[in-house]
Design a binder for this molecule. Structure first.
Ligand code: A3P
Ligand code: MG
Ligand code: MG
Length: 370
């Protein structure tokens, strides 16, 4: 079959997009869902965790051998997210008004594109006025496999140990119930808890870039206190990150570059606080630091040797989404692709009709009833 010609959207340098940002809506959660430790899906907050500070000196390696790792070789498409959206629509008897629906991770890749070289591949399809975007699973599996083959640093650790440290830190920082309802025994035994990354809490928000209304689903690591009574009011979410201790200038610059992704990821779901666990080369937790998401771009602009501008990310994304909406006008499945280091995002059709597996049949069956 002859491949359709690719359309391209240029990723210009920051100069093109540096301006006051386009209006962005504050993300508001309208539904949530959870996966339990066996990856069973449920509507609501079952897997939500509460923050409680970890003990410094903890060994992030502990329990590595017992780690229960979610099998991500199965393509889950947008299924968990669409199930929650359908439940919300059932309750309100109204379809959501989004122009774009995707996982937060896809939007993070797009927002970061002006400043990084990361390749990505996504599938997109227009269904009832909304463009649904999923990760091209086959591509991400290939990319991951290639990354996992690389031995990082001095060769002592495989990539997977670094990843474990991230999940372990989350386990060391959280409780399954608020502080007042959690026993001292639980808190004291957190270091022995078996880490399982199948368990997740996901927030689904309505947000916007310029005139484009976006529905995003993404994992939230924890909450500080409690969800507010008023629907749509800001929620004191917490995001956890681990990073190498900063002992010299070069490491500071490296960390400040990482702040770009931290900021984008948290900005997209309206997570106001990021707690970074700084660890030694061997994975011992040395210190923690709290960052207010909203202050990160300002800090980088004024106090860092690294320069990135959050407005550039927002303006680029606003224009890209407008272009996508003006280009994807009929059915079929489109590929959104960025080759490594490319200064273009390519868009081409991979299926002429239907919606592939991007939109679950169960979701379409629900929409037919609505
Ligand atoms: P760190 O962020 O502390 O490195 P998240 O930060 O999104 O809540 O993810 C939790 C952990 O999952 C990360 O901890 C990291 O260990 C792992 N992880 C997330 N995204 C990853 C990716 N793209 N590649 C490798 N590991 C990833
Ligand atoms: Mg997480
Ligand atoms: Mg995290």
């Amino acid at each position: 079959m002859a491949m359709a010609m690719a359309l391209t959207f240029p990723i210009h340098g920051p100069a093109r997009y540096a301006a006051a940002s386009q209006p962005v809506k504050r993300p508001k959660e309208f539904v949530s869902f959870s996966y339990d430790e066996n990856r069973n899906w449920s509507l609501g907050d079952k897997s939500l965790k509460w923050y409680y500070p970890p003990n410094l000196g903890a060994d992030l390696n502990k329990g590595y051998d017992q780690f229960i790792s979610h099998d991500d070789s199965v393509d889950e498409h947008l299924d968990g997210l669409l199930r929650a959206v359908a439940k919300h629509e059932e309750q309100t008897n109204t379809p959501i008004d989004a122009h774009i629906l995707t996982w937060r991770g896809m939007m993070t890749k797009i927002m970061a594109a002006p400043y990084d070289d990361e390749p990505f591949e996504m599938n997109a399809t227009l269904y009832r006025g909304c463009i649904f975007i999923e990760e091209n699973h086959e591509f991400s599996q290939r990319k991951k496999a290639a990354e996992n083959r690389q031995v990082v640093g001095n060769g002592r650790y495989q990539m997977s140990v670094y990843q474990y440290w991230g999940y372990k830190f989350e386990a060391l920082c959280t409780m399954p119930r608020p502080w007042g309802e959690t026993s001292r025994e639980y808190i004291e035994s957190r270091e022995d808890k078996i880490v399982n990354n199948a368990e997740q809490y996901c927030s689904v928000v309505r947000t916007g870039f310029g005139n484009t209304i976006v529905c995003l689903g993404g994992e939230v690591d924890a909450i500080w206190d409690a969800k507010p009574e008023i629907p749509g009011a800001p929620i004191n979410w917490v995001e956890f990150k681990t990073s190498a201790e900063i002992t010299h200038k070069g490491q500071q610059a490296r960390f400040d570059r990482k702040l770009l992704k931290y900021w984008i990821q948290s900005f997209l779901l309206g997570v106001p606080k990021i707690i970074v666990g700084f660890r030694s080369q061997d994975g011992i937790l040395k210190s923690i630091k709290e960052f207010d998401t909203i202050k990160i771009p300002q800090y980088v602009q004024t106090s860092s040797s690294v320069k990135w501008d959050g407005n550039v990310c927002i303006n680029f994304t606003t224009q890209f989404l407008e272009w996508l909406r003006s280009t994807i006008k009929d059915e079929g499945v489109w590929r959104i692709r960025r080759a490594p280091g490319s200064r273009n995002i390519e868009l081409f059709k991979v299926e002429e009709v239907g919606h592939g597996d991007v939109v679950a049949d169960s979701f379409m069956n629900w929409r037919i009833q609505l």
